[in-house]
Design a protein around this ligand. Structure first.
Ligand code: ZN
Length: 403
């Protein structure tokens, strides 16, 4: 190679080298060893000075966490910030990282000869890109990237693009892969009709009007060059938020899409069984969120005063200041979240839960009527249709006066 070699020629040479090394890994008798060796080829290329120094490739496979409690699947190559990333596990073969330190991930596949192989890679990318970053008190989508790199592929272009299109129609754009590079075949990504160009960054994929998964290069000779140039672009475009490990000390409960934390007790007692942990289902969480629009929050002290007909709570002086109240049937709070005890006094009867960072008060009437947190060992209770707030309060009042 002469000193005049362009970057394209250099990288074509590297690509041939990686291909040749890949052929050698076929001699390894154990498929696990071959897989590790193939990850290492791409890892070594990236570590070989091709990446700006501030970007680090994780030394082994990785798991990434969000403060929402959600985590990625196992990641082949993780790219994180060299300067700001705390080491949460001192093992060379596997690492654990907070999502706020991570730029993106690369999923390595030996060969893509059937759709299922690509689909598994796409699901891994989606699980990583779904992870939200914390900015102050709020969680928001991360501008992270997910790229799939394969050494070879026999899946036809039309099949690949058609199935990819269908898979993407079933997933949020946030979860789509940024790029798919198959070394002996070429590069695939998203072509934007408006800008007549590639939508590479996650923010562009999310905001573009019409996107078409497309082959981006005519041949395969420049696959590594194109992958490399896109990777550096992707990395340079991401500004990471500061990481506060404090939030990782105690992670909330999760369902597939949501996370929640009880601010009042997280267990209940069953008359027949032992104490059990309160669990909310995905369905219940979605119902609660639907009925509690952002912007309708109230001061918790006022809510409690209204529910108990008193003025003992001073607005703004409780640890939790504002909350939404789950009240889809618009009953008076005094009927659904308080219970009589003694001579004419009333005590608040509700559970406070933080869902996706938002505090919601669940009035006792709805917790019971909708069986939100049933004992896992009891049969479901049939709630009579005539269970009005009055009937519920009477039943509870009798029980609290005369146990
Ligand atoms: Zn029970």
């Amino acid at each position: 190679m002469t000193a005049k070699s362009s970057l394209a020629e250099i990288l074509q040479h590297v690509q041939q080298q990686i291909r040749a090394d890949f052929e050698k890994t076929r001699l390894l008798p154990h498929s696990g060893d071959a897989g590790t060796a193939r990850e290492d080829l791409i890892r070594r290329f990236l570590e070989d000075g091709y990446l700006p120094h501030r970007y680090e490739v994780a030394p082994g496979s990785s798991h990434v966490f969000s403060t929402s409690g959600h985590r990625s699947k196992q990641i082949d190559l993780l790219l994180y910030d060299r300067l700001s990333t705390p080491r949460l596990l001192s093992a060379a073969s596997v690492g654990i990282y907070p999502v706020e330190c991570c730029y993106g991930m690369i999923e390595i596949k030996t060969g893509i000869d059937k759709w299922d192989t690509l689909r598994v890679g796409l699901e891994n990318v989606a699980a990583f890109k779904r992870l939200q970053v914390r900015q102050g008190r709020h969680l928001s989508p991360h501008n992270s990237f997910g790229v799939i790199v394969a050494y070879e592929g026999s899946l036809k272009d039309e099949t690949l693009l058609e199935k990819l299109c269908r898979w993407e129609s079933e997933h949020d754009r946030q979860e789509w892969p940024n790029l798919i590079a198959i070394l002996d075949r070429g590069v695939f990504g998203h072509f934007s009709q408006e800008s007549r160009g590639l939508s590479l960054h996650t923010s562009e994929i999310v905001s573009a009007q019409e996107l078409q998964p497309s082959r981006l290069l005519a041949g395969a000779d420049d696959t590594l060059l194109y992958f490399y140039l896109c990777l550096v672009d992707l990395l340079n475009a991401i500004a990471l938020p500061p990481t506060s490990l404090h939030y990782y000390a105690s992670l909330p409960n999760t369902t597939e899409k949501h996370s929640y934390d009880w601010l009042t007790g997280n267990t209940a007692e069953c008359e027949k069984h032992e104490r059990y942990r309160l669990v909310l289902s995905e369905e219940t969480l979605e119902r609660i969120l639907d009925a509690c629009p952002v912007g309708a929050e109230r001061d918790l002290a006022e809510v409690l005063n209204e529910a108990t007909g008193t003025s003992v709570w001073s607005p703004g002086h409780l640890p939790v200041k504002v909350c939404s109240v789950y009240n889809p049937d618009k009953h008076p709070l005094s009927k659904i979240m308080s219970v009589r005890f003694g001579a004419g006094s009333r005590a608040a009867q509700h559970q406070l839960v933080q869902i996706d960072g938002r505090v919601v008060s669940l009035p006792g009437y709805y917790v019971f009527r909708e069986q939100m947190t049933p004992c896992p060992h009891c049969d479901p209770v049939a709630i009579p249709a005539e269970l009005t707030p009055d009937v519920w309060q009477d039943a509870l009042g009798r029980r609290s006066v005369d146990p």
